[in-house]
Design a protein around this ligand. Structure first.
Ligand SMILES: *Cc1c(COP(=O)(O)O)cnc(C)c1O
Length: 478
């Protein structure tokens, strides 16, 4: 006990740490934040002494070094760039689609000042804000009209509430989807004020099932894309064209939740077929809805395409006002949509499709270079191998389809792969990867072009930190 007391007396004062020469880094950090970091570093050392740690270095130099670490963490923005080495192209936790250059430029321009968001240039009168993208959507998909809201979940509520509130909506049991984050068809239906009528079986639903379920209270037939799962084997669902035909012959409407919503036929780029918005409209769906940040490769939003009067009704719904998007979303969306006007050059301009379409040999070359550099820079404790693997699209798109890739596999002597991964996640920038069979797997397919050096530094730091026996990783600080 006496020992502990005398060690406590050795603790530097907060002011000594605050005025320590090391505390000038990071430059420009607010004084109040630096004081808080100094206090936390001293408090932390005190707790460790009280807990009986005897070897902790209590010199002002050592505690100031810890304070600088804390200050760095406090000064960093919370929402920031991260490296996606997971191989999941549309990773919801990592922000889904990376934007294309033209979208980033449009965002920067519109964000910096005023813009003509709702002001018609000719008359100066107020117009609706999606005016900027509606023409493009019509041209690309053949839709009569279009509307944009915050995400596809909001789009679903808006469609159901406008077209079928207080009435029945028929959905196949094979399409009773949960997307994650509390999006479940039965719940959304209730929230929208509609009564769900389930038909068919999990694996098979027939047109006759829908027909039999129609009553005077029916308003709408809803077809939902099985975005994140597949029912294989003895399975069938009714094509949208048949559903729309049935609905119209009985004076009802038909809506199609496409989920990912390709804007064009992806087979053109060597990818498998994914239901597209033009197909859905050609099948005569009254409303086709999908996300803007999945295969479209744009910002988070939900897009509704359809007949002019259906869309006009939605725009009058008070939900529309609560779901509307901001100028930043529209700027990024418009620039992304413009890329689709030139399908021949889409793969060079559209960042998401470029990642998906990268030839596996290019990925292999990159993986081999990364592996060689990691061996050179991290030395013996790190074992580095290159091996074939698979990337996936994710985001509820093209479920079950994988894209060939080449992975860099890391193992660090005496260190669990999950610990190495944690170090990488806590680094700057944070790196996200996969752990499989006690190895860390880095997939270069989902890394952007300029991220190789950043990744090498991150791996080097993580390995150095772990093999030097540094006790605890930097704590993420709020
Ligand atoms: C992803 C998805 C949604 C939800 O879209 P968000 O844009 O994430 O709100 C809804 N329905 C289907 C079928 C989906 O795949």
């Amino acid at each position: 006990m006496k020992d502990v007391l005398s060690r406590m007396r050795q603790l530097p004062r907060v002011d000594d740490i605050l005025n320590h020469e090391q505390m000038s880094s990071p430059p420009g950090a607010p004084r109040a934040l630096a004081r808080q970091a100094a206090r936390e570093a001293v408090d932390e050392a005190r707790s460790r002494v009280l807990a009986g740690e005897e070897s902790l270095d209590l010199s002002p130099h050592a505690i100031a070094a810890r304070a600088v670490e804390i200050l760095h963490a406090k000064s960093a923005r919370s929402l920031r760039r991260a490296i996606n080495a997971t191989g999941v192209i549309l990773h919801t936790n990592l922000g889904r689609a990376p934007l294309s250059d033209s979208a980033r430029q449009a965002l920067a321009e519109v964000a910096a000042g005023y813009c003509n968001l709702q002001a018609d240039a000719e008359s100066g009168a107020r117009s609706h804000r999606e005016f900027h993208v509606e023409g493009l959507l019509r041209e690309i998909t053949g839709a009569e009209a279009a509307l944009v809201v915050n995400n596809n979940a909001a789009a679903t509520v808006l469609v159901l509430n406008t077209l079928a509130a207080g009435r029945e909506v028929i959905v196949s049991r094979g399409e009773m989807v949960e997307i994650g984050g509390a999006f479940r068809i039965p719940d959304i239906m209730k929230l929208s004020g509609c009564r769900l009528v389930e038909v068919g079986c999990t694996n098979r639903t027939h047109l006759a099932d829908y027909e039999r379920a129609i009553t005077p209270a029916t308003a709408l037939i809803l077809s939902v894309h099985q975005s994140n799962y597949r029912i294989v084997g003895f399975a069938s669902q009714v094509p949208v064209a048949e559903l729309a035909n049935l609905a119209h012959s009985r004076g009802l409407l038909c809506a199609h939740d496409l989920g990912s919503g390709a804007l064009l036929d992806l087979r053109r780029y060597g990818l498998p077929h994914e239901p597209s918005a033009p197909e859905s409209l050609a099948a005569a769906a009254d409303a086709a809805l999908f996300s803007g940040d999945k295969l479209l490769g744009g910002p988070q939003c939900g897009i509704i395409l359809g007949k002019a009067d259906a869309i006009a009704g939605m725009r009058k719904n008070p939900f529309y006002r609560t779901f509307r998007v901001c100028k930043l979303t529209l700027a990024a969306l418009e620039a992304t949509l413009r890329l689709f006007l030139d399908p021949d050059n889409l793969l060079t301009q559209h960042r998401l499709l470029a990642l998906m379409g990268r030839p596996v040999d290019d990925v292999r070359k990159r993986a081999e270079i990364l592996a060689r550099r990691m061996r050179e820079e991290c030395g013996a404790p790190l074992s580095v191998e290159v091996r074939d693997g698979e990337s996936e699209v994710g985001g509820g798109s093209l479920a079950g389809y994988s894209i060939p890739t080449v992975l860099v596999r890391l193992r660090l002597e005496n260190v669990a792969a999950s610990e190495l991964l944690q170090r990488l996640r806590l680094g700057e920038p944070p790196v996200f990867a996969r752990v499989q069979e006690a190895s860390l797997l880095l997939d270069p397919r989902t890394m952007l072009d300029d991220e190789d050096e950043l990744l090498l530094i991150a791996v080097h730091r993580a390995v150095a930190g772990l093999s030097s026996g540094a006790c605890c990783p930097l704590r993420p600080l709020k």
